[in-house]
Design a protein around this ligand. Structure first.
Ligand code: HEM
Length: 125
C-alpha cells in the first residue's frame, strides 16, 4: 500500500509542474515562438496533467471523498475543466484578445483550485 502522504507529495509537485509548464507555454505564446508547436512541448504537459489528475483521484479514493458527493471536490473538478478549456484557448485561441483573456481566466481558475484544495470548501473566501 503506497503511503497517502507520498501520493499527496506527487500530486502537489505535479500541481506546481503543471503551473510552471503552463506559464512557460504562455510565455512562448506571447513571444509567438515556433517552439510552442514542437511535439515534446505539447506532450510533456499531458504527462504531468494526467499524473496530477490520477493522483488526485487516488487521494480522493483514500479519503473516501468523491466528486458529486463532496462539494469541494465537485467544485475542484469543475474548475479543473474550466482551467483546461481556458488553458487551451490561451495557447491556441484565434485572436490575441481571446488568448490574453483566456490566460487571465486560466490563472484565476488555477488559484481557485488551489484555494479549494487548501480550505476543502467550494467557497474559500
Ligand atoms: C489543476 C488541478 C489540481 C490542483 C492545482 C490541485 C492542487 C492540490 C493541492 C495544492 C493540494 C494540497 C492541499 C493541502 O495541502 O491540504 C491538493 C489536495 C487534494 N487534491 Fe488536488 N489538485 C488538482 C486536481 C485534483 C483532482 C482532479 C482531484 C480528484 C478529483 C484532486 C483531489 C485532491 C484531494 C482528495 C486532495 C486532498 C489530499 C489530502 O488532504 O490528504 N485534485 N490538491
Amino acid at each position: 500500500m503506497i503511503d497517502h502522504s507520498l501520493i499527496k507529495l506527487v500530486h502537489v509537485s505535479c500541481a506546481g509542474l503543471s503551473l510552471l509548464g503552463f506559464t512557460l507555454r504562455a510565455i512562448l505564446m506571447l513571444k509567438h515562438s515556433p517552439l510552442l508547436k514542437q511535439q515534446w512541448v505539447r506532450t510533456v504537459p499531458h504527462l504531468v496533467d494526467s499524473t496530477l489528475f490520477f493522483s488526485g483521484l487516488w487521494l480522493a479514493y483514500n479519503l473516501h471523498q468523491y466528486p458529486g458527493t463532496s462539494p469541494w471536490l465537485t467544485a475542484k473538478l469543475l474548475a479543473l475543466l474550466a482551467y483546461i478549456v481556458f488553458g487551451a484557448m490561451a495557447l491556441r485561441g484565434t485572436t490575441a484578445t481571446l488568448r490574453h483573456l483566456s490566460l487571465l481566466l486560466a490563472y484565476l481558475c488555477f488559484a481557485y483550485i488551489v484555494s479549494v484544495a487548501l480550505s476543502k470548501t467550494p467557497v474559500p473566501w
